[in-house]
Design a protein around this ligand. Structure first.
Ligand code: ZN
Length: 77
């Protein structure tokens, strides 16, 4: 993980992100690199919901980025 600057910087969003399969989902997560399953990298992965990978470009704009530090949030201070 590389953090170069503090403050408002553009999020480093991978091409492929993870979203809940629910039609009501509105949050994009970073994929968990350590999991064989499709899972978010953040603690939300512990839920038993199903997740699917999607191209970020198709969802950015009308979906929110997960604010957990494992996904797209800032590091805790
Ligand atoms: Zn997340």
């Amino acid at each position: 993980m590389s953090k170069t600057a503090a403050g408002e910087v553009e999020q480093d969003v991978p091409e492929i992100v993870v979203r809940n399969r629910s039609r009501y989902a509105d949050t994009l997560h970073r994929p968990d690199p350590d999991s064989d399953d499709t899972r978010p990298a953040c603690p939300i992965r512990q839920s038993d919901k199903e997740y699917t990978t999607v191209p970020a470009a198709a969802y950015l704009g009308h979906y929110e980025l997960c604010e957990n530090p494992e996904c797209f949030g800032r590091e805790w201070r």
